[in-house]
Design a protein around this ligand. Structure first.
Ligand code: DGL
Length: 272
């Protein structure tokens, strides 16, 4: 069981920002990554729709033998984390929530900006996180429609990317934010462009390293850390097109892999 893989999923390539940290922090672990590119982006979909996709993806990862699941998507975590935990109580399931707590600890101006999708901001998880940690710090919410799509197609720099980023960053800067939370796993792939636009005085927070460390603690606590001596296996699945996903793997995380395809049929994932 401890040599079983960890399952990580996202609507698309964004969760690879978590995948690379998991592989870095837990180098002995095998990982199965699933990108639901047939439905990306999740951010403007209804909670019911996202929950249905996540339930089926988790079932699929379980059928592939995963010992734990990381919902490497803030949007999916916002609406589907609790239902998944209720449906699969035997499995450690970790999710992502915007890193409001460290941002509140860091800010000197008393204003933090959060970049995320509409569904993330509408979810109860986000409300609870802000209610729990914000205190008297002002949290400026910036919906970033279109940014995950740019990352999906590999447009991580250039005029269009800068213009879109500026339109999201300017209102947060104007409000006095000195700390920016990347509340979507796609956004760390444009962190360099963001840092260039906001300058070195602002802190830009990617929660992925903390998530990977937490995963290590959870696996350790459950006696599930891998003790296998051979080299770990990394597999990638997409419900989209494998050729373009392979190119994204190489471009975003330097992984040379041939991804496998899954297809949605009547609400269920099938191997192709
Ligand atoms: N990667 C997802 C997240 O962390 C968002 C992208 C999408 O809208 O599908 O929220």
């Amino acid at each position: 069981m401890s040599s079983a893989p960890i399952g990580i999923f996202d609507s698309g390539v964004g969760g690879l920002s978590v995948w690379r940290q998991v592989v870095h922090h837990l180098p002995g672990e095998s990982v199965i990554y699933l990108a639901d590119q047939a439905h990306v982006p999740y951010g403007q979909r209804s909670a019911a729709e996202i929950q249905a996709y996540c339930a089926e993806i988790a079932r699929h990862l379980l059928a592939l033998g995963c010992k734990a699941i990381v919902v490497a998507c803030n949007t999916a975590s916002a609406v589907a984390l609790e239902p998944l935990r209720l449906a699969l109580p035997q499995l450690p399931i970790l999710g992502l929530e915007p890193a409001v707590k460290p941002a509140v600890a860091l800010t000197r101006t008393g204003v933090v900006g959060v970049m995320a999708t509409p569904a993330t901001f509408q979810g109860e998880l986000y409300r609870a996180t802000v209610g729990r940690w914000a205190g008297d710090v002002r949290v400026v919410e910036q919906v970033c429609i279109g940014l995950a799509d740019l990352v999906e197609v590999g447009e991580l720099e250039g005029e269009r990317c800068d213009a879109l980023l500026r339109s999201f960053l300017d209102p947060m800067l104007a409000a006095g934010a000195d700390t920016i939370v990347l509340g979507c796993t796609h956004y760390p792939f444009v962190i360099e462009a963001i840092r260039r636009l906001v300058g070195p005085a602002l802190a830009v927070l990617d929660p992925a390293p903390a998530v990977a460390r937490h995963l290590g603690e959870v696996l350790d606590g459950a006696g599930l850390l891998s003790t296998a001596s051979g080299s770990p296996q990394h597999r990638f699945f997409t419900s989209g097109e494998s050729g373009s996903f392979d190119r994204a793997l190489a471009r975003l995380v330097g992984a040379r892999a041939a991804s496998e395809c899954v297809a949605w049929q009547h609400g269920h994932l099938q191997r192709l």
